[in-house]
Design a protein around this ligand. Structure first.
Ligand code: ADP
Length: 317
């Protein structure tokens, strides 16, 4: 069975639904990626690696992961910390704003709770995925532990996949993020950035400049997402720019990149070529943005993915 480990934070999401009522769900970039990968490729073992607390919310979060089919064997439990929370507010113009309580979350302690069992299991995986958010939230004093761990995982032959997902407010400074990202680019053979990550952090707006920036690193598969415009991929001598099908009514772009990543990772692991993986991932993301929130109803998601996979299989015959 193909195995993927995704390392990051999942939080309780609160969203005002009616007067004095909050709709609650669970979300976080890497968690969203894991959910969409598992939904699209149920045959793969998708493990979510994180740290939670020993509280009722943590239990509900794990139950939610399990209900999505995620493997939770790599979740560790802090005795002193609890999960993070965020509130999504939408103003009269439909603009969303986010309020976070995550500075003291259990996920920040994940490296302190890393044990031999987790190390061994991750070293047996096919792919290890993490994001710039996974890095940003780690307790600063634990960064060295993370890079040491990643080095072990890489040496064990696991494909390292990374999405920078730059969020300025999570970093002490842009320079701090650039330093950490340089280590991530060096360690990763698959990198899945959004074009915006590079424009905000490095002042690079043109695709060719981003590709040139990535050139010195040993990235085997570079997939650059450019919103509703196109997706670009370079893998060795292979290059592809694929136009994205327009979506008539975008409701909420939360999780667009995350769902793209999950489906792309799963598709590549399942043996689809880069063009097919991009097509599948982009149509998944195109659907996700037509619903509010990070995680959309599974029946809508599955219907689209299954139909497309069937079309690929038909073509292959
Ligand atoms: P990120 O969130 O990582 O910055 P993007 O914003 O580029 O990523 O979006 C990820 C993917 O979601 C895109 O590659 C595309 O497939 C899809 N997507 C995003 N915005 C749109 C849109 N307006 N119309 C159609 N598809 C979109």
């Amino acid at each position: 069975m193909q195995k993927v480990v995704l390392f990051g934070e999942c939080m309780l999401e609160l969203r005002q639904s009616e007067a004095n009522t909050m709709h609650r769900s669970f979300a976080g970039d890497v968690f969203n990626t894991a959910v969409y990968q598992k939904r699209a490729f149920a045959q793969q073992q998708v493990s979510f690696m994180t740290a939670l607390g020993q509280d009722v919310l943590s239990q509900q979060l794990v139950d939610n992961c399990k209900a999505e089919g995620l493997n939770c064997d790599l979740v560790r439990y802090s005795t002193s910390h609890n999960p993070g929370i965020y509130l999504v507010q939408t103003d009269a113009q439909g603009e969303r704003s986010f309020l976070y309580w995550r500075e003291n979350s259990a996920a920040r302690q994940a490296m302190k709770l890393l044990d031999e069992e987790v190390r061994n299991q991750v070293c047996k995986a096919d792919v290890f995925f993490f994001s710039g958010i996974s890095l940003a939230i780690l307790a600063r004093e634990d960064r060295a532990l993370f890079w040491q761990f990643l080095n072990e995982v890489q040496k064990a032959g696991v494909t390292i996949a990374f999405d920078p997902n730059y969020r300025a407010r999570l970093w002490e400074s842009a320079e701090d993020a650039r330093q950490q990202f340089a280590l991530a680019f060096t360690a990763s053979s698959m990198v899945l950035p959004g074009i915006e990550d590079f424009s905000v952090l490095y002042g690079l707006n043109e695709l060719k400049d981003i590709v040139a920036f990535c050139e010195p690193f040993n990235i085997k598969e570079l997939v650059i997402k450019n919103g509703g415009n196109s997706v670009f991929c370079r893998a060795g001598d292979f290059e592809l720019t694929q136009a994205v099908k327009p979506v008539a009514k975008v409701v909420d772009t939360t999780s667009a990149g995350d769902s793209f990543n999950g489906v792309y990772l799963g598709a590549r692991l399942a043996g689809y070529d880069i063009g097919q993986a991009i097509e599948l991932a982009a149509s998944a993301a195109g659907l996700v943005i037509q619903f509010p929130g990070a995680i959309i109803p599974n029946e809508n998601f599955k219907a689209l993915i299954d139909q497309q996979i069937l079309a690929f299989e038909h073509l292959a015959k």
